[in-house]
Design a protein around this ligand. Structure first.
Ligand SMILES: NC(=O)c1ccc[n+]([C@@H]2O[C@H](COP(=O)([O-])OP(=O)(O)OC[C@H]3O[C@@H](n4cnc5c(N)ncnc54)[C@H](OP(=O)(O)O)[C@@H]3O)[C@@H](O)[C@H]2O)c1
Length: 317
């Protein structure tokens, strides 16, 4: 473990800075006093294009990289276009890692995702569960690409001595999430449904499934804090889980969101819809052992996210 702090004058590149995670990482780095945060939008730089990425890196000379960009989507999008999720995500990490290696950056952090662990692994999920069993079928294209990204970090460490590390975040939520009901995750979907029901004077809000599955949720600002912490304190080839180590049922989650956004609403559970796996919780003892802990309680994080969503003109509380 290293405990060196990164000079605040260092040139640090955040890929995918317009997304949920990337925007939170940029906020955290600014708050920490970083003076030279490098970003490029997709129209300026398509990360699937190796020649363009190489040129951009040569011109902008990053010293540190937080590699967040990726093609991300819900179950429907993933199951309908596994080849696109595989292709884009393979290229997005291949180009960035190669260019970062050629540039001899000081350090790179790559983000995986807890959904790339095997479908039926023991709970809470330890880091060594990776590649120990069959993957969830609905997102296998995405999972294969992300696993290749994680292993690429190890390969660059071995062959070129690069300080590339990887981390596995749990389910995330927060400002700038995707609130489009066709592709959104459970937190933004419930916030939007409760908000729309309130606006329309509707008392019933439908929740998919039985409400019994247990899930872990991390506020994206906590994830961003963990990313900076790992950049400054973690130097291992082993990937590391990022989560809270705490879980709630979907019913408890829905009740909390209902109580914030539309307290008069009644939740209806549509049991004809799938529940997914009964439990998904990361083992975060490695991260806790380094001294990092999340700060947002679920209640505080949900309140802040609901406020943000409603402040975007999405509804009136
Ligand atoms: N959300 C979660 O719950 C979660 C959980 C665990 C891990 N993660 C990981 O966190 C990372 C970011 O997720 P997110 O939720 O922040 O996703 P997001 O909001 O969809 O953001 C993804 C970012 O990547 C950029 N991007 C995608 N394809 C690109 C390309 N070809 N060239 C340049 N930029 C491209 C997007 O640019 P545009 O803005 O132009 O589209 C966007 O800024 C992913 O690697 C994901 O695996 C997310």
């Amino acid at each position: 473990m290293s405990s060196e702090s990164i000079p605040r004058s260092a040139r640090i590149w955040v890929t995918g800075h317009r997304g949920l995670v990337g925007s939170a990482v940029v906020r955290r780095l600014k708050q920490a006093g970083f003076e030279t945060i490098l970003t490029a939008s997709r129209t300026e730089l398509d990360l699937r294009d190796q020649a363009a990425v190489r040129t951009w890196v040569q011109e902008n000379r990053p010293e540190y990289v937080v590699h967040v960009a990726g093609k991300v989507g819900g179950i429907l999008a993933n199951s309908q276009s596994p080849a696109d999720f595989l292709y884009d995500n393979l290229l997005i990490h291949a180009t960035v890692l190669r260019a970062a290696c050629e540039q001899r950056v000081q350090k790179l952090l790559y983000l995986g995702s807890s959904c790339i662990y095997p479908r039926d692994c023991a709970q809470p999920i330890r880091e060594d569960a990776l590649l120990t069993g069959p993957l969830e079928k609905t997102n296998f294209g995405y999972a294969i690409a992300k696993i290749a990204g994680l292993l690429s970090c190890q390969a660059y460490r071995e062959q070129f001595g690069m300080n590339f590390i990887s981390a596995m975040p749990t389910n995330l939520y927060g400002p700038h999430d995707n609130f489009d009901l066709s592709g959104s995750h459970v937190v933004p979907a419930l916030i939007r449904k409760c908000s729309e029901a309130r606006q329309q004077g509707e008392r019933n809000v439908t929740v998919w499934g039985t409400g019994t599955p247990r899930r872990e949720f991390l506020h994206v600002d906590d994830l961003a804090d963990a990313c900076l912490f790992l950049l400054e304190h973690y130097d291992s080839a082993e990937t590391i889980n990022i989560g809270t180590g705490e879980e709630v049922t979907i019913q408890e989650l829905a009740e909390q969101i209902r109580n914030i956004v539309h307290p008069e609403a009644e939740l209806r559970f549509d049991t004809s819809k799938p529940d997914g796996t009964p439990r998904k919780l990361l083992d975060v003892s490695r991260l806790h052992g380094l001294g990092w802990r999340h700060r947002f309680s679920l209640r505080e994080g949900l309140e802040q996210t609901c406020d943000w969503y409603l402040s975007q003109g999405a509804g009136n509380r």
